[in-house]
Design a protein around this ligand. Structure first.
Ligand code: SAM
Length: 326
């Protein structure tokens, strides 16, 4: 076992340890990031512009390799996703074949899968790594090879995960994608999860639930956010309901959100709160990472109190929630 593999295995054991709260894994997540940065050929410092290599797809913004690599600097996010993935795969281990994981939007580090590859053998788990940017995928492939885990990956596929057709003989047991932004805006998480879940409905979906709530930011770090209801939810159940409702999936299509009344007395402008249940009881709550920061309402409507707000999720090149006062 190489030094990097030993380091990753020790990180993975900590991630898998149910006695370790997510917040206690910050040190291990920093070590994970360092291993990835040290062994990846991506020149983080040499890049002139962070956005070099980003693109705007029919389903939303696909961030650049450097921006994707910077996600590794959010320790709680990495801890929640790596733990959720380890749990989901471990729960599905089987004797007759490896558990198949489809990782959509790997970034240059395939970071969320590194502890998994360190803890489980290639007979236990096989990954299909899907990434829309060829150069980002190339970095991930080289990194995985360099770390000695090439045997854990069945396929590297350069494709748009919001349009990708899964081959009938390669249906995954677990689908993971972290292609999102606050309040499910800008990036194609909704379109990707929908496209993949519809094709592989029995696969575990990670994150299992992303919910957006109407509420208020906390006033102090000890405070909790106020909440008045769920605006929109991305789960296996809501995806199935969109399909049953015959809602179209392409550019310009809309998905239903909630209609909610704001309190009669408003002391602060309402915010959208994004909460993520990665898998089981592994969650990212308010303020845990950048994805969970309270966001002003779309269009920043002037509200005095008592208004009824009607929310809709817009699919397309600039996906996200829209709201209107009824
Ligand atoms: C937030 S980064 C993922 C980082 C990775 N989850 C991690 O934590 O290291 C999102 C990645 O998904 C890719 N991506 C975005 N939209 C995509 C799409 N429609 N199909 C495939 N990949 C996509 C981006 O190019 C980017 O590399």
């Amino acid at each position: 076992m190489s030094a990097a593999q030993a380091e990753l295995a020790s990180i993975a054991r900590a991630v898998a340890d149910p006695q370790r709260p997510l917040a206690s894994l910050i040190g291990e997540m920093d070590r994970l990031r360092r291993v990835a940065e040290r062994h990846c050929a991506l020149p983080m410092q040499a890049s002139d512009r962070m956005t070099d290599g980003e693109s705007f797809l029919d389903s939303g913004w696909a961030i650049s390799p450097v921006q994707a690599a910077l996600c590794a600097r959010e320790p709680l996010r990495s801890a929640a996703f790596t733990r959720g993935l380890l749990q989901a795969v471990t729960q599905r281990l089987r004797a007759d074949r490896p558990v198949r994981v489809l990782y959509a939007g790997s970034g240059p580090f395939a970071l969320l899968a590194l502890p998994l590859m360190a803890l489980l053998s290639e007979q236990q788990v096989q990954l299909c790594i899907l990434e829309v940017h060829a150069h980002t995928l190339g970095y991930a492939r080289a990194l995985i090879g360099e770390l000695g885990y090439a045997g854990h990956v069945s396929d590297y596929i350069c494709a748009d995960a919001a349009a990708y057709r899964i081959p009938a003989d390669g249906m995954p047991d677990v689908i993971i994608s972290e292609t999102m932004n606050t309040a499910l805006g800008k990036e194609p998480q909704v379109a990707i999860m929908r496209n993949l879940h519809v094709q592989a409905p029995s696969a575990a979906l990670l994150p299992a639930a992303v919910t957006v709530h109407l509420g208020l930011p906390r006033r102090t770090p000890e405070d909790v956010c106020g909440e008045w209801g769920t605006v929109f939810a991305l789960t296996a159940q809501t995806i199935a309901a969109w399909e049953e409702g015959g809602l179209p999936a392409g550019e310009g299509s809309r998905l239903p959100g909630a209609r909610l009344r704001v309190p009669a007395k408003l002391e602060q402008a309402p915010r959208l709160l994004t909460r993520i249940r990665v898998h089981g009881d592994v969650v990212l709550g308010d303020y845990d990472c950048s994805l969970n920061l309270p966001l002003p309402l779309p269009g920043k409507p002037a509200l005095t109190g008592g208004e009824v707000l009607d929310f809709t999720y817009m699919l397309g090149r600039e996906p996200g929630l829209a709201c209107r006062i009824v």
